[in-house]
Design a protein around this ligand. Structure first.
Ligand SMILES: [Zn+2]
Ligand SMILES: [Zn+2]
Length: 156
């Protein structure tokens, strides 16, 4: 999808959030580090702004999530991650070995999985699907582990 990417400042204004440097930096960090956890995002924000407390970054991420500018995902057994791709109901595939997360678009058309067989009277706005598996790197680890050799550094 080739859509013009809006500036963080404009996204904040459109969401009626005050434009602050930590918010701009956090939004930018989520966009440049897809599916990153809070530690990674805190480091990225600090690189830009210097001394920002972990709590401040948590608070900013919570505000961005509440405003729908980022999506918080929590694969079982993994710390919360943040995703800049919002509103498209895409899914995630998670590696059981290393925790790497990749985006998976809906397989058939638009939001097919929002059609619950019985919605129990709810208005459904999201269906969360997580695929679990083993990524290519972890699979090759396993193969080389079988023969007790170190992982080849040349396989990329
Ligand atoms: Zn892996
Ligand atoms: Zn994603």
């Amino acid at each position: 999808m080739l859509v013009a990417v809006p500036e963080p400042e404009d996204m904040l204004r459109d969401a009626s959030l005050r434009v602050t440097r930590p918010r701009v930096a956090a939004l930018d960090a989520v966009r440049t580090h897809p599916h990153a956890d809070t530690d990674t995002l805190t480091r990225a924000v600090r690189t830009k702004l210097g001394g920002v407390s972990t709590q401040a970054v948590y608070d900013v991420l919570a505000a961005l999530t509440a405003a729908g500018l980022v999506r918080r995902i929590e694969p079982a057994g993994s710390p919360a991650r943040y995703d800049a791709r919002v509103g498209d109901n895409h899914h995630h595939i998670v590696c059981r070995g290393c925790g790497t997360i990749a985006d998976v678009d809906c397989v058939v058309g638009a939001r097919p999985c929002l059609q619950a067989a019985d919605d129990h009277g709810f208005v459904i706005d999201e269906a969360e699907v997580t695929f679990w598996g083993t990524c290519r790197d972890c699979r090759s680890d396993r193969i080389s582990g079988d023969t007790a050799t170190a992982r080849s550094e040349s396989d990329s």
